[in-house]
Write a protein that binds this ligand. Sequence first.
Ligand SMILES: Cc1cc2nc3c(=O)[nH]c(=O)nc-3n(C[C@H](O)[C@H](O)[C@H](O)COP(=O)(O)OP(=O)(O)OC[C@H]3O[C@@H](n4cnc5c(N)ncnc54)[C@H](O)[C@@H]3O)c2cc1C
Length: 480
Amino acid sequence: MVYDVAIVGGGITGCAIARELTRYHLQVILLEKEAEVGFGVSKANSGIIHGGHHGKPNTLKGKLEWTGNQLWDTLHEELGFGFQRNGELTVALQEDQLPTLAELKWQGETKGVPGLELWEQEKLQKEEPHLSPDIIAGLYAPTTGVINPYEACFNLIENACLNGLELVTDCPVTGLSQDKDYWTIQTPKGEYASRFILNAAGLFADEIAKMAGVGDFTIRPRKGEEYLLDKRLQGYVKRVIFPCPTPVSKGILVIPTFDGTLMVGPTAEMIDDKHDLTTSSAGSSQVFNSVTQVVPGISARDCIAEFAGLRPVADGEDFIIGPTAKRGFFNVAGIQSPGLTAAPAIATLILDILHEEGLNLSPKDNFTPSIEKPIHFASLPTEAQMELAKRDSSYSHLICRCEFVTEGEILDAISRGARTLDGLKFRTRAGMGRCQGGFCSGRCMELLSQKLDIPVSEVTKRGGNSWIVRERDEVFSSDV
Ligand SMILES: Cc1cc2nc3c(=O)[nH]c(=O)nc-3n(C[C@H](O)[C@H](O)[C@H](O)COP(=O)(O)OP(=O)(O)OC[C@H]3O[C@@H](n4cnc5c(N)ncnc54)[C@H](O)[C@@H]3O)c2cc1C
């Protein structure tokens, strides 16, 4: 069979494009090298839907930031992932930073971003009492929001599959060759043929382009370390707090995540290794030294978890979206920040381009825009929790004590495609709380093992060879 479109990579970019393509009468396949979608850059970021005013209006990423921002409300209504517009403050500590605030305001207004306001010290202290009294002014943007990025990937792909997408995970693309009318895609799971190929492979998009014979750009990782703080700081700040930006980074932020924890970060460091996800004491010092200047009550002692993500930065720093010298092969590459924000706009842009290049977009009458929303037991009122637990006893068994996650939610997540411990964690929050899975990991592994009908020793943290336990026999034979 020859597919109409094959997407390489199931990050937020690939998932958003896949879902958009399934609106039409097309055969679409998405090939993802990891065990689940959203396990690349899209799982390890700041989770901000940027307000629309940060990106320069003359760059593609600057334009798509604002267009993308406006598309998230409808997606949220239809697909039910965590998303909330809680607004943002970019703050100035010195007089010489005031022109930057004015420029950001002008930049946003040029793009049509509504509601931008300059706030003076008194208003800032009233609205956000934990901000440093040294802050002299701030730019308020009501359009900024926070999102659960992995949940967005999972729900987009679940909806795309409902509408006919073929999803193949654990399936790295290893080679590409062009025949007269279609491309042949090599993978360890066999060959696939497709008329159009979309290269949405994040950090590895330069390698996929090289396989297609159009490797005329490189992707370098820019590492960002992030630090999650204890829930005791929930509500400490209401809005995302940005310092004044620098030419390479939006700066180190204080982020009230959708789930109620505070997160601080990210750093911005160009590195060479696309697999280096380590955090460092230098990174931690940089983050906490920086954020305590704007929110002095934050302390490194409140850190419960840390991680690093790698922004896929292309030469020239902008997104690379469009056709290439090879007919039928398209790049959706260099999707660094604000790629999460821009993803829905990237999807509409690439569909327009595909249409111009000869892809027939004939809408389906039976496209279903929504999915059955996953239950989040912890956020239900007590009466609804009791009613649910009475109806289905799996909702009366608590699996994760820190985040109040029930067995019913774990089983539902597995039925929706969770295959790994991280897949469960990102879908349900089991293991994301203060004890970081110390209590619930074993039970989650048992449930994965039972439902997927695999031995516990085959359950992995994030796919591949990230096994967690070994069979007793294996341990003895390797120790002898
Ligand atoms: C620290 C940090 C903070 C950030 N904060 C924000 C923010 O707050 N807001 C915002 O808008 N943006 C933010 N970003 C940027 C955002 O995370 C990225 O722009 C976005 O996630 C990129 O998505 P993607 O789908 O293009 O890439 P990815 O999510 O990496 O997806 C690419 C996929 O391709 C797969 N793949 C790779 N090679 C192959 C192959 N050979 N075969 C098959 N599959 C393959 C990968 O496994 C991966 O799943 C941040 C980034 C970082 C690192």
